[in-house]
Design a protein around this ligand. Structure first.
Ligand code: CDP
Length: 346
């Protein structure tokens, strides 16, 4: 046997003795049950409460559910700006044989937003982020995914990988028949390395090679082919079925994940979008002019919104966000808040 620690957190709606004791009791029983722990194996429990709760000591709940031998202690919590309101947290020390990595921590009621990465299967959230090039989708999606503990999936990178394959193999990406003939030879996977995602095309890491203007142009061409879209959309849906995701692209809210819990359509004035992309590529050391980028973006905006299959379009239930005058932080905070609002509602 060794000492293990289980974290729990829950919230109440009113500062009443009944609610504090009953919600704390529910949380403690869940902590025991989800880890198959007997009451006798609990060594001690430390509770903290936010300063808006003073109607009861949570430790009283531990006694009332029968934790008679454990050492108990209540503490007031730091009053941090923006932190969760009416929250009771617990740290339970137990005698156990399971490795600490297999401990199931418990987050109930609104406290679920404290650890969105631990969402249970039935609470999984999909965030669909659509919009034209340079609207900031990928930067925002990456930041929001990190904060929420979700997986970020860049669907554009998949279309770009198909375009790169064509360029490398001398296949004319403007020629649909030629591209479709080779489609079965294209294998795209995502690998996680150092908390970053790498895009693997037929075994080769192409993450850094797919950002050139030539690949951008090819991506928006091959993205118009129905068979290409069907192949990539199947991969995207499969990825989203396994975890909470933020997926960015052109047709996520309308086609790939029409039931996504949160949908945002990001736009921005074309000059501002081109300026952002220009800065991004310059930082990566690419020799491109602003005019080239502006041209590329205008052309892709047109191709993407006029193609027959799954064009760039705002889903009826998506929120429209014009990011022209918004900072990256503001947009990220907006999306994180939308996700947390959704989770609190379920
Ligand atoms: O980063 P940027 O917005 O410039 O482009 P991207 O998201 O990497 O996507 C590259 C191209 O792939 C787009 O211009 C679209 O033509 C296409 N695409 C698509 O059709 N559907 C998606 N879900 C994602 C990208």
């Amino acid at each position: 046997m060794a000492t293990r620690a289980i974290r729990g957190a829950t919230t109440v709606r009113t500062n009443t003795r009944e609610e504090i004791i009953s919600e704390t009791g529910v949380m403690l029983l869940e902590m025991l049950e989800r880890n198959s722990i007997k009451k006798e194996d609990v060594i001690s429990v430390i509770f903290t409460v936010t300063s808006d709760l003073n109607a009861a000591f949570p430790a009283t709940a531990a006694r009332s559910i029968g934790l008679t031998r454990a050492g108990l202690l209540d503490f007031p919590e730091l009053n941090v700006t923006g932190s969760l309101k009416m929250c009771i947290r617990a740290l339970m020390f137990i005698d156990g044989i399971m490795p600490q990595s297999e401990i199931n921590h418990v987050y109930l009621n609104n406290a679920i937003v404290l650890r969105t990465d631990l969402l249970k299967k039935e609470h999984r959230v999909a965030v669909a982020l659509d919009g034209p090039a340079g609207s900031g989708k990928s930067t925002i999606a990456k930041m929001a995914a990190k904060e929420l503990g979700f997986i970020y999936i860049d669907t554009g990178a998949m279309y770009r990988s198909v375009a790169l394959y064509c360029i490398d193999k001398d296949i004319d990406y403007n020629n649909e028949v030629q591209v479709l003939r080779k489609l079965d030879n294209i294998n795209i996977t995502i690998e996680n390395a150092n908390r970053e995602q790498r895009y693997i095309l037929n075994g080769n890491d192409v993450t850094d090679l797919i950002r050139s203007p030539e690949v951008s142009d090819g991506a928006s061409k091959v993205a118009a082919y129905k068979a290409v879209r069907e192949k990539l959309v199947a991969i995207q849906r499969e990825l989203a079925s396994k975890q909470s995701v933020i997926m960015d692209g052109r047709d996520i809210g309308t086609n790939v994940l029409p039931k996504a819990e949160v949908k945002v359509f990001m736009t921005g004035e074309v000059e501002e979008r081109a300026r952002r992309r220009y800065e991004e590529l310059h930082l990566k050391g690419m020799a491109v002019t602003f005019e080239e980028i502006l041209e590329d973006i205008k052309k892709r905006d047109y191709n993407d919104s006029h193609r027959e299959y799954n064009p760039l379009r705002q889903a009826d239930d998506a929120v429209l966000l014009d990011t022209t005058h918004m900072s990256v932080e503001e947009v990220k905070d907006y999306i994180v808040a939308e996700v947390k609002k959704y989770i609190k509602e379920v």
